[in-house]
Ligand binder design. Structure first.
Ligand code: GLN
Length: 494
């Protein structure tokens, strides 16, 4: 078995038992990254930094130290700031930007930080491609390069955590971090045939995660198995009261603890609204088969309704741009990032800097967001959207009275062709319909590989849990993966 066939759990065991060193492992994955450079997974690599971290991990292993991911190489979405690598958020605005500190999630997974504990000991392979400021569904909004789906390189990998999904699916990294504001972990995981989870809002610290829409942004892992996701998520989550006031004051949790529990009697809610017009027949067939598998595993299917599913699109595309317009006001050419080289007065400097630094989609969101927050429109749009957001969250609570977990498709279709949506942003927005509701409600959601649809492209089953139901979700996914092998399939040439 070669190193890239191993799960994080298997790799960690081999490292701990000194069957392979962290240095060899890091070198191996760096070489694979270079070999598959054309997939566009990475925005930054720095072999010296990675190898130095690997050597440090080897020293800790030799000293008999233990940490949950000691020496395991992972890569980070380039929306997390890192001290040792550039942090661009996929934007020209932050080209070559270097952060003076590591994001809390990066510190927790890696070598720790004051107030963050000792760290899980993972080694960083580099920074991964993403849509600019995490705005997008295809990775085509990256200011640097598209990322390609390893299952069919003429197709998008999904977004905004596209590079993360590509890196894992193409075995360039055993696991990666991502962020999910409206589906950006679940949708690329689904499109690339891997597993990903977004925890309950507030579980993971947002400190050092370059902000898109602060009331929605959450970090989470992408990996091959639910077990690996559980391992990474356990390291990533935890209160960070000094640095993120919205991080939940809850003790760290071991999300692997209930892996293996029986699904006998588990009530799986199947929302009627997730199976209407627009759902591709190949996706539907894969989801139906997955639900049948769950029945075999002892679960009971209950029909439920999430009546405001369609409204989640206008609601999200008001709230997210509103928050984005406010968050992105910090990029003014003064504090950090790009500054126009030729300008007249201060106002002209702001204008030129922002015109040059931001891409089209980001500008579109800033304009929409500024509009819906402006005097006279605030009540008509922003406030209304906030009210409906609350109703969407209430609909879930109503649904969870009759079920324990909700299941349905992650997306209405498989990954589309690069360029297929052309200059039609609405086509992208509409494809977010099934991931947005859980985001707006702040609920945990995951994507589990469950088959293949149109063009023999991967399909992901979405599992949505109630608040703090991550362990239950991960176990439901784990049991499914013990009974199926979709998560082990790999694209040709990988
Ligand atoms: N596709 C959605 C958007 O463009 C979600 C992005 C995300 O989750 N970061 O906003």
């Amino acid at each position: 078995m070669t190193l890239h066939d191993l799960t994080v759990a298997q790799l960690e065991t081999k490292l701990r038992q000194k069957e392979v060193s962290a240095l060899e492992t890091a070198q191996y994955f760096l070489a694979r990254g270079a070999m598959h450079e054309k997939l566009g997974a990475y925005l930054a690599i720095d072999a010296e930094v990675t190898l130095a971290q690997a050597r440090a991990a080897d020293r800790r292993i030799s000293a008999g130290e233990s940490a949950p991911l000691l020496g395991v190489p992972i890569a980070h979405k380039d929306i997390f700031v890192t001290r040792d690598f550039p942090s661009t958020a996929g934007s020209r605005m932050l080209q070559d930007y270097r952060s003076p500190f590591d994001a809390s999630v990066v510190a927790r997974l890696g070598h720790g930080a004051p107030g963050q504990g000792p760290g899980a000991g993972a080694v960083t392979l580099g920074k991964l491609n993403c849509d600019e400021f995490a705005m997008g569904s295809s990775n085509e909004n990256s200011a640097y390069r598209p990322a390609r789906n390893p299952w069919d390189t003429s197709r998008i990998p999904g977004g905004s955590s596209g590079g993360s999904a590509v890196a894992v699916a193409a075995r360039l990294a055993p696991a990666a971090t991502g962020t999910d504001t409206g589906g950006s972990i679940r949708q690329p995981a689904s499109f690339c045939g891997i597993t990903g989870i977004k925890p309950t809002y507030g579980r993971a610290s947002r400190y050092g995660m370059i902000a898109f829409a602060s009331s929605l942004d959450q970090a989470g892992p992408l990996a091959h198995t639910a077990q690996d996701c559980a391992l990474l998520l356990s390291a990533m989550c935890g209160a960070d009261p000094e640095r993120d006031s919205t991080s939940l004051d809850m003790p760290a949790e071991d999300f692997t603890r209930s892996l293996g529990d029986s699904l006998e009697g588990l009530r799986i809610g199947v929302p009627r609204e997730f199976f209407g017009e627009g759902l591709a027949s190949g996706v539907r067939a894969a989801i139906d088969a997955a639900l049948a598998e769950y029945r075999k595993l002892g679960a009971r299917l209950v029909e439920i309704s999430l009546p405001r599913t369609e409204l989640s699109i206008p609601v999200y595309y008001i709230i997210a741009p509103a928050e984005a317009s406010s968050n992105l006001s910090r990029f003014d050419g003064v504090k950090f990032g790009h500054r126009a080289s030729h300008y007249g007065d201060l106002l002209d400097m702001y204008k030129k800097t922002r015109a040059e630094g931001f891409g089209d989609e980001v500008k579109r969101r800033i304009m929409i967001g500024t509009y819906v927050l402006s005097h006279g429109y605030y009540d008509a749009y922003y406030l209304q959207a906030q009210k409906i957001r609350r109703m969407i969250a209430d609909d879930f609570q109503q649904a969870f009275r009759s079920c324990d977990v909700i299941a349905g498709p992650v997306a209405p279709t498989v990954a589309w062709k690069i360029g297929e949506h052309g200059n039609d942003p609405l086509a992208d927005y509409l494809a977010d319909i099934f991931t947005l509701p859980a985001s707006l409600a702040g609920l945990p959601g995951m994507s589990v590989p469950c088959g293949f649809g149109e063009g023999h492209m991967p399909v992901g089953l979405q599992l949505i849990g109630n608040y703090f139901g991550e362990a239950k979700l991960l176990n439901a996914a784990h049991r499914f993966q013990q009974a199926t092998d979709f998560h082990l399939r790999r694209p040709e040439g990988v």
